[in-house]
Structure formats: structure tokens, C-alpha cells
Design a binder for this molecule. Structure first.
Ligand code: FE
Ligand code: FE
Ligand code: ZN
Length: 278
């Protein structure tokens, strides 16, 4: 069994997201911790967060997968962008502690011309400063499509970031979110060699680090480095592959988050499709 859900908006509060996902038939969800374009976050009501915690426990939800802002770039060549990103990361992680035991995913970053090696170093440096071994949140690096100067388009790059987390206690707080559209666009053959790709992930990073799936079809061919998500079964991955991913033994127990281009009804339909496979 897997947990399944989609992105929701935090605008109406935290408990409202839990209730909405129950209506959708899901058992996890994702939300942007702030406006996807960056900027201010809504003030947080302790009673609202408490109500969500109760709902998650009572209803048997799986881990939630918060998503950091797209504007957070810890490895930009611009100092100001890096320090803004670091502030967002610190604030987001502090907030996540109000919902202990959940996941915080973010895009490792774009090196904006400095080279992958430098990018990896800057990301690891920020994480070394922001993480603490007593955090109750697991931080996930998302597998990327390798678009432009993105870091994290290969499993090796993600492994390198994790390896550079100095304290063992902090290294334990880092995992990976596997985005099926991104890995396909990065060149990993999920259609013809799903077992091989997961074996490779295990060899390079370790499957124990795999904590969440972003469950998307892709509008583009393998290796396109494009990052354009498609509805389940309507892209190059196709419904057979999506089903094999959802039922893969190595991925059971994980939260699967839909980031497909849908309105509510589309998400409800996809959630029910996946539930029918179980
Ligand atoms: Fe993402
Ligand atoms: Fe994603
Ligand atoms: Zn994407």
C-alpha cells in the first residue's frame, strides 16, 4: 500500500487541507510553505495546526510532503539570492517543527553558471548551517530534470550533497523525493527498466533514503531535460508504467504526491484510479 494525495493550497488553513484530502479520498498531501513565487507566509494559528495533527493521527494519514518555494535557490551565483533562500529555509524548517514527523521537500537549486561542483558545495554548506540533529522533520532533495543549470539531475549529485552533510545526526535528517517526470526527463528509463533505475538509486543513494514520490507523467521524451508534467497516462510514461511504479515493492509505504496539471475533479479521478490498483 502507498499513501496518495496531491498539492493543496494552505490559504484556508492547515486542518482545511486535511479535510479536503479526506473528501478527495487520499491519505497524504503536499502544500507550498509559502507563495510559490516566494514572499510572505500566512500567520499560523496554533489551534489550526493542532487540529490537523489530530486529524492526521485519527484518519491514518501518511507523512505529509511540504514543498519549499521555487524561488529558494541555495546555490545561486548571487549572494543576495542565496541568503534570501537560506532565510526561507530556516523559517520553513522552524514551522515544520509544529507538524513533527513530516517531510519538507525542495529543489536543490540552480548553480547559475558556477558549475555543478560549486553548486553542490553551496547547497551542502546551507544545509550544514540550517539542519540540527534534533529536528523532527526529514528534509528531501528532489530529483530534478537537469534543466538549465539545475543541480540534482543525477542520483550521483544528490548523493554528493548528502555525503557533504558533516554531522551524522544531520545526515540522517536528509532524504530524497523521487519525481517520476523529472527522473524520466533526466534520462532514467522508468518505462523499460524500472527495476534497473531503482536498483541504481539503491546503489548510489540507498533506497532507505527514498522518502516520497512526486507522481507525474511527462509531456516529453526521455532525456528531454524539460520538466513539463502531464496527467497520469497521458504522457510518455503512460498508465502501465505509472501503475507499475505505484505497485513496486520497493516503494510501498511511501507518500505519492500528484503534481499533474489538474483541477480538483482531475485529482479526485487520479486518486481513485490509484486506489483501485491497490
Ligand atoms: Fe518540485
Ligand atoms: Fe516534483
Ligand atoms: Zn517539475
Amino acid at each position: 500500500m502507498i499513501y496518495i494525495g496531491c498539492h493543496l493550497s494552505v490559504t484556508d488553513g492547515y486542518e482545511a487541507m486535511g479535510k479536503k484530502m479526506m473528501e478527495f479520498g487520499g491519505s497524504t498531501f503536499a502544500w507550498f510553505t509559502r507563495n510559490p513565487r516566494g514572499g510572505k507566509t500566512k500567520p499560523l494559528e496554533p489551534s489550526d495546526v493542532e487540529a490537523l495533527r489530530k486529524l492526521l493521527k485519527d484518519e491514518g494519514f501518511g507523512p505529509l510532503v511540504a514543498h519549499g518555494s521555487y524561488t529558494m535557490n541555495l546555490c545561486s551565483a548571487k549572494e543576495e539570492t542565496r541568503s534570501n533562500g537560506f532565510d526561507m529555509l530556516q523559517q520553513d524548517l522552524a514551522r515544520m517543527e509544529l507538524l513533527p514527523g513530516n517531510l519538507y521537500n525542495f529543489h536543490p537549486g540552480s548553480h547559475t553558471g558556477q558549475g555543478t561542483e560549486e553548486g553542490i558545495g553551496l547547497i551542502a554548506k546551507a544545509l550544514n548551517q540550517a539542519l540540527s540533529s534534533d529536528m523532527q522533520t526529514t528534509i528531501l532533495l528532489e530529483t530534478m530534470a537537469g534543466k538549465g543549470s539545475e543541480v540534482g539531475g543525477t542520483f550521483e549529485e544528490l548523493r554528493e550533497i548528502i555525503d557533504r552533510i558533516e554531522e551524522a545526526g544531520c545526515r540522517e535528517k536528509i532524504g530524497v523525493c523521487f519525481d517520476t517526470c523529472h527522473t524520466w526527463d533526466a534520462g532514467y528509463d522508468l518505462v523499460n527498466d524500472l527495476d534497473g533505475v531503482l536498483q541504481h538509486f539503491d546503489d548510489v543513494i540507498g533506497l532507505s533514503k527514498l522518502k516520497a514520490i512526486h507522481f507525474n507523467d511527462s509531456k516529453n521524451e526521455r532525456g528531454s531535460h524539460k520538466d513539463r508534467h502531464e496527467k497520469l497516462g497521458q504522457g510518455y510514461l503512460g498508465m502501465d508504467t505509472m501503475k507499475r511504479i505505484a505497485l513496486h515493492p520497493a516503494l510501498q509505504g511511501l507518500p505519492f504526491i500528484l503534481e499533474t496539471p489538474n483541477e480538483d475533479e482531475g485529482y479526485i479521478r487520479e486518486i481513485h484510479t490509484i486506489l483501485a490498483w491497490q
